[in-house]
Design a protein. Sequence first.
Length: 317
Amino acid sequence: MPIIEARGLSRTFKTRGGTVEAVRGVDLTVEPGEIVGFLGPNGAGKTTTLRMLTTLLKPTAGTATVTGVDLLGDPSAVRAKIGYVSQAGGADPASKVEEELVLQAQLYRIPTPEARKSAATLMEQLELTGLEQRASKTLSGGQRRRLDVALGLVHAPSLVFLDEPSTGLDPQSRSNLWDHIRRIRDGLGTTIFLTTHYLDEADALCDRILVIDHGVIVAEGTPEELKRRISGDVVTIGVGGATEKAAELFAGHLGVRDVGAVDHTIRLTVEHGDEALVGLMRVLDGAGVPIESIQLARPTLDDVFLTLTGRSLREDS
């Protein structure tokens, strides 16, 4: 049974200028144990969808179940079974690390002895041991973010939502946090649904990616599936002064999606570039077109994002 299943999830807002459709019929499914990345440009409906799935905003239309509970029918039960780590964090700056974790567990009606045990386990797993009596405001950025994650896990939810988990962290702290997120899933079996503006984060962490734009899901799949299906591999071939002839040879050629010529170079978008290289070279050789250079480039998630939305997620962030 999916841990998240939404059908036709929608949200409209009334403004002075009329009605704004922030989310327009989102369908999505998340299976237990997955790490799913939710990507979208600013204003695409990403945050609104996340707020609906975490019961912070009531849908205008549609249905959803989260951890097997009806989102509209019993939002309190949904909140009891999920963890949520906001982009801003939730730790009290003046509270000590251990007391903050214990208090969070107690708010979920976990008895104090169990709360302390859970806090100790999470502090060890997230490398917070030795910081128990430190006020959260004295922690480094990476330590504070790991504390935020611990607060979202202290009641042992089967599903945790991470909103921009590594924003503002230096590269080393980000990489460290990624390791912890992987261990949380692998060790505890926790399903993780995260939003991010870092494409390398989505590529490194996520089993599957959902891309939202203009309030609807426009693509989904593993990072590799998206890169191959939507962008293709790029083969750049230097052909001297024979660019026009080479372009004609590849126009409509099997497996070639797009052909472009600039100066003395031809640029081909192909499927499975490593397998296509030999065939492409044979075509040119058979027509007597000299090959001066050849280069294969793999697509990135930013290429995918650009193809889908017409803009770079890096620029949008």
